[in-house]
Design a protein around this ligand. Structure first.
Ligand code: ZN
Length: 259
């Protein structure tokens, strides 16, 4: 079948425009485009394990809605100061089981390495991970509050504020990780910003990073910056950058810039 002439022309024009856009992007960000800088994310992407293959397949099946769902879960759960105010995130018509499965697969991909929380033995990090996985992938839904309640059962000796910090930090890590992986699997290296609450708790690291990123950079560039900043600042946590946590208790996240 051949297309009518006017369609052929507009297809050619579109192709030329896209090529031009790619050229401009590569010029503006020379480390980007087809020759991305080798960092922990690009190494991760090249991985050939069966696990990585499953992630790629799952990633390709995700609908365009899933990113917005993860993003709104992050804002609703991680940003409010009081846990009780977080609405429940349920797998109804809004939150598809695909998204829950995606979160589950991303958690599977993680090595069970967690921060050495004070008052929690290292091995107990596995319990935290298990609780998170069960919470985030159960059909009845979850909230930061319900994760906190689960942790209370496992670690009754913890102070409430310690427990809540863990629930918040690890939930932020999982949701950010799920967002990051789906974004780096996209072929177009979308423009993104670094966003989060602006208040007394906002760190110098995130203030500077937000400034640096401005109105948006390709996601591959932002991920490089996350690594750089996490290494540069004293309170940085380079070992947790893959979860989008450049420092302890970060509440910031990636936001795709509408173009
Ligand atoms: Zn931060």
């Amino acid at each position: 079948m051949t297309l009518p002439e006017e369609y052929q022309n507009s297809a050619e024009q579109l192709e030329a425009e896209v090529e031009q856009m790619i050229r401009e992007q590569v010029e503006e960000y020379p480390d980007n485009g087809s020759q991305r800088v080798e960092n922990q994310f690009s190494k991760f992407l090249r991985g050939n394990s069966p696990r990585m293959e499953r992630i790629r397949q799952k990633g390709a099946q995700l609908d365009s809605n899933h990113y917005e769902l993860l993003d709104s879960a992050f804002r609703e759960q991680v940003w409010p100061d009081e846990l009780q105010k977080s609405p429940s995130w349920t797998a109804d018509d809004d939150v598809t089981s695909d998204v829950q499965e995606w979160v589950g697969s991303v958690l599977e991909m993680e090595d069970p390495v967690w921060d050495d929380y004070s008052n929690i033995p290292m091995a107990a990090g596995l319990t935290v991970k298990q609780e998170l996985k069960e919470s985030l992938t159960q059909h009845q839904g979850w909230s930061l509050n319900s994760i906190d309640r689960r942790l209370r059962k496992d670690f009754p000796h913890l102070e409430p504020h310690e427990r809540q910090r863990i629930a918040r930090q690890e939930t932020a890590g999982v949701l950010n990780r799920a967002k990051i992986v789906s974004l780096i699997l996209r072929p177009d290296d979308p423009l993104v910003k670094w966003v989060g609450p602006d208040n007394d708790d906002t760190t110098e690291l995130c203030t500077q990073l937000k400034d640096d990123v401005g109105d948006g950079v390709p996601v591959s560039v932002l991920l490089e910056k996350l690594e750089e900043y996490a290494e540069e600042y004293e309170n940085g946590t380079p070992e947790r950058v893959e979860q989008g946590l450049p420092h302890w208790l970060c509440r910031h996240t990636i936001e795709v810039v509408d173009q």
